[in-house]
Design a protein around this ligand. Structure first.
Ligand SMILES: Cc1cc2nc3c(=O)[nH]c(=O)nc-3n(C[C@H](O)[C@H](O)[C@H](O)COP(=O)(O)OP(=O)(O)OC[C@H]3O[C@@H](n4cnc5c(N)ncnc54)[C@H](O)[C@@H]3O)c2cc1C
Length: 437
């Protein structure tokens, strides 16, 4: 039953993670009424669930990808004192990462949405599409006041899990070929650590300490590697170590169970760090995630599916909308191994094609972010937040083009889209080659 307060807009973005943030701002800046609905209370998605998670893969071949990622990072870096900086990643095959103050970053994202004129509706969940033939006429949404419908010319699914796109009939694969999905993670900070002593060794995984903790029965056996890195503020250590395997991120009960199990393992790890790892004696846990961050669920089927072979060949598509050189960052899909093998030759990059964000049949739907059309190998590389934000930026821009030309999204002119994205500052697209590649 609808409550009579239905919304009418030009472009509806579902999900306010990095992809939805990019999509909504890009769409609104094109002059179209844009509504962004987010089930949680803040934008960010994984940024909100794992506060302080660095923006990786922003510098393919050492060059910033540009666009909204550059704008957001630039704003934070220009603050006094700065609220973000680029630092080398301590793990092999990853380029520099952007580390930031998560509170200031979230506030800045909300301000950018406001400045762009986006109608941002937090605490609002998209439930189901209302189909009219090959189009989505409206999306049913719910907040604590009840059910409503959003009527929109174009919908962009940036929900990470693709519930609406799946219900609209877009085929998808869940996880890899066997259905296995990457592990989910609960993160936290240790504040008040002595960086010089904590990071005196050169093993980014602290494997010696991990072995000790597992052998003593203090740490779960999957904690054989403790990935910890310096947080943005001196004395803070970001702990992205606790991974829970075998979780279906599309099942709320499974996610809740994993979050509770994650809490147990995070608290055990924090206690172990204080007791056993030099430099943590005076530290304490803060910023424990409100829920686990989900790496992988549905991968929707688009007009094109990016493959591991595309990455290995460093393919630069004519409709490429963002550059990437992230490794194959695979986390505990089948066993407790974490690999980040290089995706392609050193110093090169590939691009993600716009067609991987466009379904084959639904005429007014696009998707962006970790639900991109990709095989399991490519997915493990394309999923970085800078790339998700740029995918969003591309779909928001394409939505405006489709409305202006009164065409299905499948017919958006790729050359015109790429030219517009270049105008918006995205690098490494079309004839613009990064690092002479
Ligand atoms: C543990 C972990 C570690 C990672 N490490 C890194 C890293 O170091 N660097 C990096 O760059 N990337 C990292 N990634 C990958 C990256 O964070 C994600 O791929 C990226 O954030 C996905 O962005 P997204 O916008 O597509 O989806 P999400 O961030 O998942 O956001 C989706 C949003 O949609 C909302 N939503 C879902 N369903 C609905 C609905 N029906 N209605 C309304 N709203 C809805 C959710 O609340 C959420 O806010 C990591 C991911 C995880 C989980």
């Amino acid at each position: 039953m609808m409550d009579g307060h239905d919304i009418s807009t030009d472009i509806l973005v579902i999900g306010g993670g990095t992809a939805g943030f990019g999509a909504a701002i890009a769409a609104a800046r094109q002059g179209f009424a844009t509504c962004l609905i987010e089930a949680g209370q803040t934008p960010g998605g994984v940024m909100a669930f794992c506060p302080g998670m660095p923006w990786g893969a922003a510098y393919p071949t050492g060059t910033l990808i540009g666009g909204l990622m550059e704008e957001l990072a630039g704003r934070l870096m220009a603050m006094t004192p700065p609220a973000a900086e680029a630092r080398p990643c301590t793990l092999e095959n990853f380029g520099p990462e952007i580390i930031y103050d998560p509170e200031i970053a979230t506030l800045t994202m909300v301000e950018m949405l406001e400045e762009a004129g986006v109608r941002f509706l937090p605490g609002t969940t998209a439930l189901a599409p209302v189909m009219e033939g090959q189009r989505i006429a409206a999306v049913e949404i719910a907040d604590r006041r009840g059910l409503r419908r959003v009527r929109s010319k174009i919908m962009i699914d940036c929900s990470g899990d693709g519930d609406i796109a799946a219900k609209a009939g877009v085929p998808f694969a869940l996880g890899d070929a066997t259905g296995a999905m990457m592990g989910v993670s609960l993160t936290f900070f240790m504040q008040g650590a002595d960086w010089d002593r904590v990071f005196a060794g050169n093993d980014p995984y602290f494997t010696g300490f991990a072995e000790q903790g597992v052998a003593e029965g203090r740490l779960h056996p999957d904690l054989a590697k403790l990935y910890m890195m310096k947080g943005f503020h001196r004395g803070s250590v970001f702990c992205n170590s606790v991974v829970i395997r075998g979780v279906d991120g599309t099942d709320p009960a499974d996610v809740a169970r994993a979050t509770q199990e994650g809490r147990r393992r995070c608290h055990a790890l924090a206690r172990f760090l204080v007791d056993a790892v030099p430099g943590f004696e005076q530290a304490r846990m803060t910023h424990l995630g409100p829920t686990v961050g989900v790496r992988e669920t549905r991968k929707l089927e688009g007009m094109y599916r990016v493959t591991g072979a595309d990455l290995a060949a460093a393919r630069k598509f004519p409709d490429g909308i963002v550059a990437c050189d992230n490794p194959i960052d695979d986390v505990m899909r089948t066993d407790n191994s974490m690999t980040h093998d290089a995706a392609l030759g050193a110093g090169d990059y590939y691009t993600i094609p716009f067609r991987a964000l466009v379904p084959q049949t639904v005429e007014n739907l696009m998707f962006a972010g970790r639900i991109v059309s990709a095989d399991a190998v490519a997915f493990a590389s394309v999923r970085g937040m800078p790339q998700c934000m740029a995918m969003g930026q591309a779909t928001g821009t394409a939505a405006a083009m489709a409305i202006r030309d009164a065409i299905p999204v499948q017919q958006v002119d790729h050359a015109a889209l790429v030219a517009e994205l270049q105008r918006q500052g995205l690098r490494g697209l079309g004839d613009d080659r990064l690092g002479g590649k």
